[in-house]
Design a binder for this molecule. Structure first.
Ligand SMILES: *Cc1c(COP(=O)(O)O)cnc(C)c1O
Length: 653
């Protein structure tokens, strides 16, 4: 396997591309200074040319230099995220195009909250959304997808929740506004929502709500005049959830309880953050069970939705994870789409949001340059196992979901902060920026293009770096989001995963007189989890303590120089409650552990027996399987190290 195609993409573990990087950076740094000088070149310099020779100036300079030396020294204890020896969290070396674009753009400091301060990078952000939309298979253009960049996956998930809330409760507000109009002004619109129940109105599909809104306003323009239109808009605004707030809205609509969020128990903790932040409450998260692969169980989702329907509890949305943070597993997105359709026919709306913060960019391995989705046989050609039938079907359903979270600052190899929220229905923007969109005279209505440029009106954050948009844009331009471009880099992470998985089955034999080794569930993408239990031990708590000591050696400690670290890992745990009995027994059997020692002990916060401690390997560094002159790669060296580590720790135990 040759990785030579990637040579120009990264700065490199030894900063091999330093000269190139420096040349480009300095070139564009100078370019920036000349740009300044050529803005009204006749203006005299503000900082006098002799200023730098003055005492005060020099004093400050020495202070600045001292502090920069100190900072640079401190940063030598930073975690070497660039190194293939780093397999801990979701970070790696960065793609040079994005890093350079980010650094260069920062000199201009554009703020993408407003086109007025960032005319260039706002345009780039809109283009980036189109690029990502095309990658997941959404349409672009005025009836296509809409979205925006965020600080990361967390805020993109908030964005999805905000859109669903806004759309879900719109028809109810519309009904109330029309009733008010009738009562107060004797005006009846031909569209009558009077006879629809709150349950029906809050269970319309996103598409139907968009249609309803359009036809209500169209009719209003046809049947009423500017005055009645204006009254309606004011009434509508007054009745909306966004105006009343949760407390008064649900007080008014007592037939409705608060909505719940359906999400697998493996979902990222940003979902519980979101429920806290929105005031919906974490108790309103309904956890979907997972199967033997730690993928969401569609059967469980179905059962839960049925139970909620019986109780007439509204479902805000269901979340599927495309690449879980802890295990890299891929939920069956196709089955969530099918679930949405089944329940739509029962009059229940369940919008599907896919949290692809981690796995979003993996889609590039399936996307042909002409935009088509590659058949499984074609994708399989470059791999030994990937993609499994289930994983393939999941990715192929991405184009049908209602919204997606993708993090360019994870598998996009772009500097922080860069997350993205994509929504399949661009008209959802009209619900978010409500006021400006409602004018009686259609001619005065801003076009979709104009609306899109008013980022401040619809993004969740306020000020935000235009350099993020520039970084993502240049990256996507130099490495197109398909099989021939970005897909080749991402393929390396899956190759690394297949390599490590295969090597681990040999390694298991090599260390079998010391420990039992288990990969508790087969990897779906590029994360590999590992459990290790010393021979003779049957207690889960002891196995966990042992593996924790293994992990400790791969975890940087304050005060310890980073240079002595061999490898960096991370850990996760699988809760007893997450695994069904069958799965728990299956995994424990491979480790020779006693199922009776795997249990929750109430009121014991220190307990080590209610979960399985797992070594987690995030295989995103592009050079993990690059061989050295001995024909060995980083993962080979890692397994040698891991064997030594395990041997020495067993000696101590
Ligand atoms: C990382 C991650 C998030 C959170 O993204 P941030 O960029 O850290 O805010 C959300 N969901 C999943 C699945 C993730 O992997």
């Amino acid at each position: 396997m040759t990785q030579s195609f990637m040579y120009p993409y990264f700065l490199g573990p030894k900063a091999e591309n330093h000269a190139l990087f420096e040349e480009l950076l300095i070139g564009f740094l100078r370019d920036h200074s000349y740009w300044r000088r050529n803005f009204h070149p006749m203006d005299a310099p503000t900082i006098p040319t002799d200023a730098r020779y003055q005492r005060e100036f020099l004093k400050f300079l020495s202070l600045l230099e001292r502090e920069l030396f100190a900072l640079s020294a401190d940063l030598k204890a930073a975690v070497p995220l660039f190194s293939p020896r780093y397999m801990g969290h979701m970070a790696s070396d960065l793609l040079m195009p994005g890093l350079l674009a980010h650094m260069i753009t920062t000199l201009y400091n554009p703020n993408n909250v407003s086109e007025e301060v960032a005319p260039i990078t706002v345009q780039k952000e809109l283009k980036v959304i189109d690029q990502l939309a095309t990658m997941v298979g959404y349409k672009t253009g005025s009836d296509g997808a809409w979205g925006y960049l965020t600080s990361g996956g967390t805020v993109a998930n908030y964005a999805a929740m905000r859109s669903c809330l806004t759309v879900k409760y719109f028809p109810l507000a519309c009904q109330q506004a029309l009733l008010n109009l009738q009562r107060k002004h004797g005006f009846t619109l031909e569209i009558d929502l009077k006879d629809r129940s709150p349950w029906q109105l809050t269970n319309m599909s996103i598409k139907d709500v968009i249609k309803l809104r359009e036809s209500v306003f169209d009719r209003m323009r046809q049947q009423g005049d500017a005055t009645i239109f204006d009254r309606f808009v004011k009434n509508l605004d007054a009745e909306r959830l966004e105006t009343l707030g949760l407390v008064d809205f649900f007080k008014k609509h007592q037939a409705l309880g608060p909505p719940v969020l359906l999400a697998p128990c493996t979902a990222h903790y940003s979902w519980s953050k979101a429920m806290r932040l929105f005031g919906l409450g974490t108790s309103n998260i309904v956890g979907i069970e997972v199967d033997a692969h730690l993928r969401l169980s569609a059967e469980s989702a179905h059962e839960l939705a049925d139970q909620l329907l019986k109780k007439q509890t509204n479902i805000l949305m269901t979340v599927g994870v495309l690449g879980t943070t802890e295990y890299g597993t891929v939920d069956p997105i196709d089955k969530l789409v099918a679930l949405r359709e089944v329940f739509a026919s029962k009059g229940v709306s369940i919008p599907v949001h896919v949290d692809a913060a981690w796995g979003g960019y993996l889609t590039t391995m399936f996307r042909n340059p002409d935009g088509s989705f590659a058949p499984r046989s074609q994708v399989r050609k470059s791999f030994r196992h990937f993609p499994s039938e289930a994983v393939y079907r999941s990715f192929s359903a991405l184009s049908e979901v209602d919204s997606v979270t993708i993090d360019p600052h994870k598998l996009g190899y772009i500097p922080y902060p860069a997350g993205a929220y994509l929504c399949r229905h661009s008209d959802v923007i009209d619900f978010i920026i409500q006021k400006i969109a409602y004018v009686f005279d259609v001619a005065q209505r801003p076009s979709k293009k104009q609306l899109l440029r008013r980022l401040g009106q619809y993004i969740i954050e306020g000020s935000k770096p235009g350099s993020a948009a520039a970084a993502v844009y240049v990256t996507h331009k130099t490495l197109p989001l398909d099989r021939t471009g970005f897909g080749r880099i991402i393929s390396e992470t899956v190759h690394a995963c297949e390599y490590l998985s295969d090597r681990l089955s040999e390694w298991k034999q090599e260390v079998s007189d010391l420990v039992q080794v288990s990969v508790p569930f087969e990897p779906d993408t590029n994360l590999v989890c590992l459990c290790i239990n010393p021979n003779g031990n049957r207690s889960v708590a002891r196995a966990n303590r042992f593996l924790r000591s293994v992990y400790d050696a791969m975890c940087p400690k304050p005060g310890q120089p980073i240079q002595v670290m061999e490898f960096f890992g991370s850990y996760t745990s699988v809760e007893r409650g997450t695994l069904g009995n069958v799965q728990a027994q299956r995994i424990l059997a491979t480790l020779d552990l006693d199922p009776d020692t795997f249990r929750e002990i109430p009121n014991d916060p220190e307990t080590e027996s209610d979960h399985l401690f797992v070594l987690r390997h995030t295989l995103m560094n592009p050079w993990l399987i690059k061989t050295d002159e001995h024909g060995l790669n980083t993962l080979d060296h890692y397994l040698v190290y891991l064997k030594q580590l395990v041997t020495s720790l067993i000696g101590k135990a």
